[in-house]
Write a protein that binds this ligand. Structure first.
Ligand code: HEC
Ligand code: HEC
Length: 473
């Protein structure tokens, strides 16, 4: 994963050297045809040696054995592994919000275990999209789940899973007597899933894959103390609960807590799909509307959405017309001592940048059609005007008119525009649809949209080929 090479870039100096060698040997040996032939052969030979060396040369992120002793790589390696732990397990102290204020720990435990309500059984947890890390389960637990000896309808089992640190993105804190005291959430809750290799919702972790099953709205709705959030948004509790119920799986409304806009102008619910947190190395602007760098956004989310305890400063949010909720609550200038977020941002970014977009499984697309589609992508359909290789993105912002959609979400961002989404690993985020709010259910819908908007005149077959290419990315 970390051994990625960039032939496209390394090839350039290689070509340059090739030309250089040829002209050098031409000058020296141009006396006879035979000699020039030898010269060309030698040049070609040197060219291949040089090029194969250059193509072998790893990029900075390479952590192969060969480079392990390099102190720079050692540092980088430890940053990446620290970042992985933070991404998976660090709550930044957000327990005060999720447990202290919302009492989600008590909702999970249920009345029989010191909480309230029926509690959350593993079956219910899986049904709202929470995922279980099979590698965190000891063999006897695996065997007991297989044999049915473990009751998946009992909230006590959920508490046991939390104790094993097996629920992705939900961190339980336990007293020395083993009682659940609080829970907090981590980045992994939304930005990772599992491969379902053990059972649906239970398997090996897939960090960076968006959890398009997770129903964040339903989970927040478990609270018995919704009033403070309703107050924050200046609505009554039933209105808040209605909004939360409308987000749906795989979606979250981050900007709602800044501008208070729960609905789009067409009266549909405003919520964005959880995006991929893979394939972002080289992407300068994070989020669908380019709020800022990945480091900026990680801090934004850690402080303002997860309600971790850090420092965050963004004067753009101090705009009462655009972000009334943020202004009232001083979200533009958050200070906590100690700052549990800022010192972790470099490691968090290093980890995210180490996650490449996954490759689609063999057989999930038609190879020949994809090859034909590739040509259409780069020529007739002009997709690479924005989704330029190798990132399938241009690091640029585009107006709503350019991409042929409404500007509601763009105008809620300080940028007023949409950022080109990198297209690697599209197959890993097809659930929930495409574009920021999932407005296009399928890749064919996306292609039809561009065909209409940009008057591409694609035939039915060309569209189908283009879709196969998108599936191959
Ligand atoms: C409650 C679910 C949730 C949690 C928890 C969460 N995110 Fe996100 N994340 C989202 C959503 C939704 C977006 C899309 C925001 C937008 O553009 O409106 C997003 C966007 C992002 C992006 C931008 C991706 C891109 O394409 O540019 C990054 C990076 C990211 N999150 C990282 C993190 C990190 C790191 C954490 C933990 C500190 C985290 N997120 C926690 C839901 C979540
Ligand atoms: C003018 C720049 C531009 C051009 C040209 C363009 N795109 Fe896009 N593309 C974008 C932007 C910006 C987004 C993000 C839109 C959003 O999230 O609302 C996007 C989003 C997408 C998505 C959705 C990704 C996701 O995960 O939601 C797909 C798929 C896509 N484009 C494919 C294509 C194809 C295929 C073409 C050529 C027919 C193309 N694009 C041409 C700018 C462009």
């Amino acid at each position: 994963m970390l051994n990625q090479r960039i032939p496209g870039i390394t090839f350039l100096p290689c070509l340059f050297e090739h030309t250089y060698f040829i002209s050098f040997f031409k000058n020296v040996f141009m006396r006879s045809k035979k000699q020039s032939l030898i010269a060309v052969l030698m040049a070609t030979f040197i060219f291949f040696i040089q090029c194969s060396k250059i193509l072998e040369k790893p990029v900075v992120d390479d952590l192969s054995d060969h480079n392990k002793k390099n102190p720079f790589n050692e540092h980088k390696k430890s940053l990446v592994s620290d970042g992985k732990d933070i991404f998976r397990f660090d709550t930044f102290g957000d327990e005060d919000f999720w447990s202290g204020l919302l009492h989600i720990d008590k909702a999970i435990a249920g009345a029989n275990h010191g909480g309230f309500g029926p509690g959350i059984s593993p079956k219910t947890a899986l049904a709202v999209g929470l995922k279980v890390d099979a590698d965190a389960l000891p063999p006897e637990v695996i065997a007991a789940i297989r044999s049915g000896a473990i009751n998946l309808d009992d909230p006590a089992t959920t508490i046991a899973l939390l104790k094993l640190n097996a629920v992705l993105g939900v961190k339980g804190n336990f007293s020395s007597e083993g009682n659940l005291q609080s829970i907090g959430i981590t980045c992994a809750s939304c930005h990772s899933t599992v491969d379902n290799s053990f059972a649906p919702g239970i398997g090996k972790r897939l960090d960076g894959w968006p959890n398009r099953d997770l129903n964040v709205g339903t989970i927040i709705s478990l609270t018995d103390n919704a009033q403070p959030i309703a107050n924050l948004l200046h609505v009554d509790e039933p209105t808040l609960r209605n909004v939360l119920s409308l987000w749906g799986p795989g979606k979250f409304a981050a900007v709602l807590f800044m501008d208070g806009k729960a609905f789009r102008p067409d009266n549909k619910i405003a919520a964005n799909l959880i995006p991929a947190a893979f394939g972002l190395r080289g992407i300068d602007l994070a989020t669908y509307t380019g709020w800022g760098s990945i480091k900026y956004w990680n801090s934004f989310v850690g402080n303002l959405e997860m309600h971790g305890k850090g420092n965050f400063f963004d004067p753009r949010l101090n705009d009462p017309a655009k972000y009334p909720i943020a202004v009232e609550n001083h979200f533009y200038n958050v200070m906590n001592t100690p700052d549990l977020i800022t010192p972790k941002l470099d490691a968090l970014r290093a980890y995210q940048h180490s996650i490449d977009a996954p490759k689609p499984p063999a057989g999930s697309f038609d190879k020949f059609a994809a090859l034909r589609g590739r040509r259409i992508f780069f020529t007739k359909a002009k997709c690479d005007n924005c989704h330029a290789s190798p990132l399938y993105a241009d690091n640029k912002l585009h107006t709503a008119a350019e991409i042929g959609i409404d500007d509601f979400e763009a105008m809620r961002s300080p940028t007023g525009k949409y950022r080109t989404t990198p297209l690697g690993g599209l197959f890993a985020r097809e659930k929930g649809g495409f574009y920021h709010d999932g407005r296009f259910a399928t890749l064919l819908d996306v292609v039809n949209h561009y065909d209409r908007h940009n008057r591409l005149n694609l035939s039915r077959k060309e569209k189908a080929d283009l879709v196969e290419y998108l599936k191959s990315l």
